[in-house]
Design a protein around this ligand. Structure first.
Ligand code: GDP
Length: 190
């Protein structure tokens, strides 16, 4: 059974590929570029908390300006990746703050996908982490403040991704159980 796709979207320069690499690097996932997949959507297999998924860096801003054909082609591929995604990581920049381009991406996402996790990247400092609160205005709940550069907050973000995948029954549970089987819950403590 095909693994569920977790797609990373957002306007350029918010740190999508940095987050992609951070997620893969910290789990030592095997990066296997898909043959036939152009470099504007990069995919690799990843795993967190026993849940396996395919991570896709869409690399594209959408919607593009109508005049820019290349951006249009990238945007269509990004849209296709989003449409098949089980979870979308919508990345914004906590240092720059909310921009018009973020609002445009948000509009498209509202139409394309319901399972959106908002990620305020570049929250390297306490100040930037606080500033991330303003992104709640986008309507996707509180942002997960992370720093792809330093690895801060990425574990919490992946816990949420794994939780959503397990909840939707689309996570490839480690150990060969078919996707869709009930999530296993461990209760630990003294
Ligand atoms: P993309 O265009 O959205 O894929 O963004 P990139 O991953 O290429 O990153 C754009 C720029 O932001 C690069 O210069 C990165 O080094 C920088 N960057 C990415 N993540 C962080 C972060 O967590 N903190 C800071 N300070 N810079 C970051």
């Amino acid at each position: 059974m095909a693994l569920p796709v977790v797609a990373i979207v957002g306007r350029p320069n918010v740190g999508k590929s940095s987050l992609f690499n951070r997620i893969l690097g910290r789990r030592r996932a095997i990066v296997e570029p898909e043959p036939g997949v152009t470099r504007d959507v990069v995919e690799a297999e990843a795993e967190w908390a026993g849940v396996r998924f395919r991570l896709a860096d869409t690399g594209g801003l959408f919607p593009p300006s109508p005049a820019d054909e290349l951006a249009g082609a990238v945007a269509r591929k990004a849209e296709a990746a989003v449409a098949e995604a089980a979870v979308v990581l919508f990345v914004v920049d906590a240092q720059v703050g909310l921009t018009g381009a973020d609002e445009l991406v948000a509009d498209r996402l509202r139409r394309l996908c319901r399972a959106v996790v908002l990620v305020a990247n570049k929250a390297d400092s306490e100040r930037a982490r606080h500033a991330a609160a303003e992104f709640a205005r986008l309507g996707f709940g509180e942002a997960f403040a992370v720093s792809a550069l330093h690895g801060l907050g990425v574990g919490e973000l992946l816990d949420e991704v794994a939780r959503r995948l397990a909840e939707s029954g689309s996570g490839g549970i480690e150990g060969g159980e078919p996707a869709g089987s009930p999530p296993r819950v461990a209760v630990v403590g003294r």
